[in-house]
Design a protein around this ligand. Structure first.
Ligand code: HEM
Length: 390
């Protein structure tokens, strides 16, 4: 039991974390936590979270912030300003809405294929049937990694994000080993593209220039490594959270079926309410303070995006999931200079999937008796049993 009156390992906390976020904000807005032998400050008020994200000089995203098997800083996530801007200048155009729109027909075809495989069964595990294969396939195609190796890539990504380890030491070893395998795959593909370009991101990276400098094959590897992790899991977790919500809220689901134009608004509101990526970490570069609380140099600071997105000081009717909300400046994609590069791609994948699903399977619900288990950090739901009449 924590000092704040909730069981830390209660599955309800990850299933419906909003009540816990409120308790944390109200009682310990800057909280000391020991996570796998790592002391960190956890920041939960919207105002403080924004202040941290908007001050990269004091709160660095450098390579110590998160350990995900990398041997060099991931580009652009672990590069601080001013260096960071030159990579974003190069990468932003590749992810601009017009470029992403070109991918929509192929994405819709892929979603339709995946739905074809389950529609007549009247039931599926949404996570395994749609949420996991869809973003993986879209993303591997985009990056130019071999799609026939999707399952292998999903396993590699899971080996970094949720290794089946029993201790922090074992976890660290497993993550490093998986990291070595990811670097090896990228090295192999980059070498092939150096020899012969194709219509894919890796080829474009090899030809790209930042301020007159070309990216080195190592830079391309460091970008690819990050994309590999950022592009596969986040969309999967978001789809899981959204279908879990809609399958348990028939009145919200009905509105999307009756008026598909509402889907983009619904996506923003569910991103706010569910916040599938619950937090991001920074390291202080100097002695500082957050919300009046002193924080020493070299301290890890975790910002609770989910809490900021449900902070009653910012949103009217904060606990109502309102698909008609007019202003919705949620920070589910982060904030400040490192705000998500892939947000337009993510939004397109989410919209196309919700449109196709509700068009073809409008009347679905969560299977009776299902107890959903959400993973920590990234709110993925491995078993999401949905049922419908067919
Ligand atoms: C709904 C799905 C997604 C969510 C919720 C999400 C969330 C986030 C968040 C919270 C950050 C900020 C990290 C930080 O400040 O430390 C971020 C950064 C990033 N995301 Fe996403 N993301 C999603 C999809 C994607 C996709 C599909 C890509 C594909 C490339 C992507 C690529 C990136 C990259 C490259 C960064 C680092 C940007 C930088 O450091 O300048 N994300 N994302």
């Amino acid at each position: 039991m924590s000092d704040m009156g909730f069981e830390v390992d209660d599955p309800e906390l990850t299933r419906n974390p909003q009540a816990m976020y409120k308790i944390v904000r109200d009682t310990m807005p800057v909280m000391d936590v020991d996570l796998e032998n790592r002391a960190m400050k956890v920041v939960s008020r919207h105002e403080d979270v924004i202040a941290v994200l908007r001050d990269p000089e004091t709160f660095s995203s450098g390579v110590d912030a998160v350990e995900i098997g990398q041997i060099r800083p991931l580009i652009p996530l672990q590069i601080d300003p001013p260096e960071h801007a030159k990579y974003r200048k190069l990468l932003d155009p590749l992810f601009a809405p017009k470029r992403i729109a070109l991918l929509e027909p192929a994405t819709r075809a892929l979603v339709d294929d995946l739905i074809d495989q389950v529609v007549d069964d009247g039931q599926c595990n949404f996570h395994a049937a749609i949420a996991e294969p869809l973003p993986s396939t879209v993303f591997l195609q985009l990056l130019g990694l071999p799609v026939e190796r999707t399952q292998e890539f999903i396993e590699l990504k899971d080996g970094i994000i949720r290794p089946p380890a029993t201790s922090p030491e074992e976890r660290s070893e497993m993550v490093k080993e998986t990291g070595r395998r990811i670097y090896a795959v990228l090295e192999e593909v980059i070498a092939e593209r150096q020899h012969e370009r194709r219509e894919d991101f890796i080829s474009q990276f090899l030809d790209a220039e930042v301020d007159g400098h070309r990216l080195t094959p190592e830079d391309v590897q460091d970008i690819g490594y990050l994309f590999f992790l950022a592009g596969l899991d986040t969309v999967t977790a978001s789809l899981d959270c959204m279908l879990a919500f809609l399958s348990q809220h028939p009145e919200h689901r009905r509105r999307l079926v009756d008026d598909p134009d509402l889907i983009p608004h619904a996506i923003e509101e569910m991103l706010r309410w569910e916040t599938p990526v619950t937090g991001v970490v920074r390291i202080t570069t100097t002695d500082t303070e957050i919300g009046g609380c002193p924080v020493a140099a070299h301290t890890a600071v975790s910002t609770m995006l989910g809490s900021a997105n449900t902070d009653e000081s910012v949103w009217p009717e904060v606990d109502t999931v309102d698909f008609d909300r007019e202003v919705n400046k949620h920070i589910a994609f982060g904030g400040g200079v490192h705000r998500c590069l892939g947000s337009h791609l993510a939004r397109m994948e989410l919209r196309v999937t919700l449109e196709a699903w509700h068009e073809r399977i409008p009347d679905y619900q969560l299977a009776e008796g299902a107890e959903l288990v959400y993973s920590m950090g990234l709110r993925q739901v491995d078993e999401l049993p949905l049922v419908w009449n067919h």
